[in-house]
Design a protein around this ligand. Structure first.
Ligand code: MG
Length: 296
């Protein structure tokens, strides 16, 4: 099923089931007994199979979306340089400084995090932080949502720990990423983690071959299959959980394909009012715009 988080007309956070036709969202907050997707994931074994397409209906076009996990309980796990062609373009961009500055495809996954305060939903504005950066960039990514707690998860058991999937835009200030060596500031500013438009449960998705695409103002910039991931989803879960406990509701952004603005000659960074659309097969399209000076 597809689950969205949204703001009801009164402003309260709600959870909704997206109808298969994609036109309507049914408010399931009462059935679920919570308006927080992480809490629902924790109760999924009891509640998930009983969720019904019932409840107050909203038209998708009228909804004020929140990120499906609107307030993650901790940082978003992210993977750097996880597509060969992107590793090559990043090496050649001049922005590859600091923690993962070695050239080529990493021998082991490069893991970093974005703070939970960076998360925003579908159709929300991305703050360009013009006082801090003039090198704002997009990164289209498949994100995995963990369903079952675990440490030392074996590769072959990893998919049993996945609850579902969503889309993340790993928004990055390339100058901050380069100048501060660690990537945290360049990738962690407020609004730098658009997520959504909704979450899709694992049984509907085969993460081994999903098309990941990014368009800026309608122009196709990124286009690749998750089949090209250097480290696939089970490998990422095994690696991250080797010595730390993964929890229900944890999110792992799996890395971005080639085609980021920093990799172009000359680079093409995002500007106020630009529209970024990220699509992943079966997961919908996450749309955000860069805030104009009037909005910021
Ligand atoms: Mg990324």
């Amino acid at each position: 099923v597809r689950i969205a988080a949204f703001e009801a007309p009164g402003g309260q956070a709600r959870l909704g089931l997206v109808r298969p036709d994609g036109v309507e969202v049914l408010d399931i907050t009462e059935q679920a007994g919570t308006n927080d997707l992480v809490t629902l994931i924790e109760r999924w074994a009891d509640v998930g199979s009983r969720l019904a397409f019932a409840g107050p209906a909203y038209r998708v076009g009228d909804l004020s979306f929140l990120a499906p996990i609107a307030r993650p309980r901790r940082n978003i796990f992210c993977i750097g340089k996880n597509y060969r062609a992107h590793a090559a373009e990043f090496d050649g961009s001049g922005f590859n400084a600091g923690a993962a500055a070695h050239q080529g495809v990493p021998a082991r996954p490069v893991v970093f995090t974005k703070p939970n305060t960076a998360v925003v939903g579908h159709r929300r504005a991305i703050d360009p932080h013009l006082r801090l950066t003039r090198m704002l960039d997009y990164e289209a990514e498949l994100a995995v949502i963990i369903g079952r707690k675990g440490r030392g998860i074996a590769r072959e058991d990893a998919r049993a720990h996945v609850w579902g999937y969503t889309i993340i835009n790993d928004v990055t200030a390339r100058d901050l990423q380069r100048d501060h060596e660690q990537w945290f500031l360049g990738k962690g500013l407020d609004t730098f983690c658009p997520m959504g438009p909704f979450a899709v449960t694992a049984e509907e998705v085969d993460d081994r071959d999903l098309l990941v695409e990014c368009r800026v103002n309608g122009e196709l910039r990124q286009h690749a299959s998750t089949a090209e991931l250097v480290f696939d989803v089970p490998e990422l879960i095994a690696t991250i959980s080797a010595g730390l406990t993964l929890l229900p509701g944890d999110v792992i952004a799996t890395g971005t394909p080639a085609g980021v603005g920093a990799g172009m000659k000359p680079p093409r960074f995002l500007q106020p009012r630009d529209r970024v659309e990220i699509s992943v097969s079966g997961l919908g399209t996450l749309i955000n715009h860069i805030a104009s000076p009037e909005e910021a």
